[in-house]
Design a protein around this ligand. Structure first.
Ligand code: ATP
Length: 227
C-alpha cells in the first residue's frame, strides 16, 4: 500500500500559546513521523473574538516555536475575513497533492465540528487526528459519533496510507492547560509561569496583555501606578 508523507496541521486561536499545544504537537509529530508540523494561527476565528490582537498572538507563537521542529504557517493571518479551516486545507492540498494531510484538533473542538464552515468537506481534504483532552468525552450517539464511526481508522490501518478521509483518536500526555485559564490567572494577578514558555510570559508582561498589572510597579497614595 502506498505511504504518504504526513503533514500535521495544528490550528488554533493561541490566545496565548501554551505547553498543552506544544507538547501534544510534539508527541503527534514524533508518533506519525510527520515531515512537517504546521502551526496555523487563526486571524479571525469564526466563533469567538480573541483577547489579544493577531499581531500579538503571532508574536507569541513565533517566540514559542524557536528551537522546535515546528513551522509557522501564516496562511490564515494573511487572509481577510473569517478564518475558515476549509480554506486552509484547500490551499495546503493545492501544494501537497499526495501527502497525508492531518488536521489536529482537541476533543473539545472536535465535538463542535458541525458548527464549522463546510465541515463535512474537511474530511475530503484531510485526515483528522483527535487529541484526548481531560474533562471531555465523545458521546455514544449523535452527529459526531456517527461521523467518527463512518471514518474511523481501523486498528490494522495506518494513517500514512491515506491522504484524507480517516479519523484517529490519539492519546497524548494530558496537560490540563487552556488559554482561558492562563488569561484568568493573569487577570487575577496570579502567575501563569510553567504553563507556557518563559519567553511568551515575558512578552505578555512587556506588552501588558490580558490586563496584566505589574505588581512591582510603585503604587502612589492616589492609586496611580508608576511604570
Ligand atoms: P481557550 O481556553 O482560549 O479556548 P485553548 O487553550 O483551548 O484556548 P486554542 O488555541 O483554542 O486553545 O486551541 C487550539 C487547539 O489546541 C484546539 O484544537 C484545542 O482543542 C487544542 N488544545 C488546546 N489546549 C490543549 C491541551 N491542553 N491539550 C490538548 N489539546 C489542546
Amino acid at each position: 500500500m502506498k505511504t504518504h508523507r504526513c503533514i500535521g496541521i495544528f490550528g488554533g486561536t493561541f490566545d496565548p500559546i501554551h505547553f498543552g499545544h506544544l507538547r501534544s504537537a510534539l508527541e503527534i509529530y514524533e508518533q506519525f513521523q510527520c515531515e512537517e508540523m504546521r502551526f496555523v494561527p487563526s486571524r479571525q476565528p469564526p466563533h469567538r473574538t480573541p483577547f489579544a490582537s493577531p499581531k500579538h498572538r503571532l508574536a507569541m507563537l513565533r517566540l514559542s516555536l524557536v528551537n522546535t521542529p515546528f513551522i509557522l504557517d501564516t496562511g490564515e493571518m494573511d487572509r481577510e475575513g473569517p478564518s475558515y479551516s476549509i480554506d486552509t486545507l484547500r490551499a495546503l492540498r493545492a501544494t501537497y497533492k499526495n501527502a497525508s494531510l492531518c488536521l489536529i484538533i482537541g476533543q473539545d473542538a472536535f465535538l463542535g465540528l458541525p458548527t464549522w464552515h463546510q465541515w463535512e468537506k474537511l474530511i475530503q481534504l484531510s485526515n483528522i487526528i483527535v487529541m484526548h483532552r481531560s474533562g471531555w468525552i465523545i458521546p455514544e450517539t449523535g452527529v459526531i459519533p456517527g461521523f467518527l464511526k463512518e471514518h474511523a481508522l481501523k486498528p490494522n490501518e495506518s494513517l500514512q496510507n491515506f491522504s484524507s478521509g480517516k479519523i484517529l483518536n490519539q492519546k497524548i500526555t494530558g496537560l490540563d492547560i487552556s488559554g482561558s485559564e492562563i488569561r484568568n490567572r493573569i487577570q487575577k494577578g496570579l502567575s501563569p509561569q510553567f504553563l507556557l514558555p518563559e519567553t511568551v510570559w515575558e512578552y505578555i508582561k512587556k506588552q501588558k496583555l490580558y490586563d496584566y498589572l505589574d505588581k512591582n510597579a510603585e503604587i502612589q497614595p492616589m492609586g496611580k501606578i508608576l511604570l
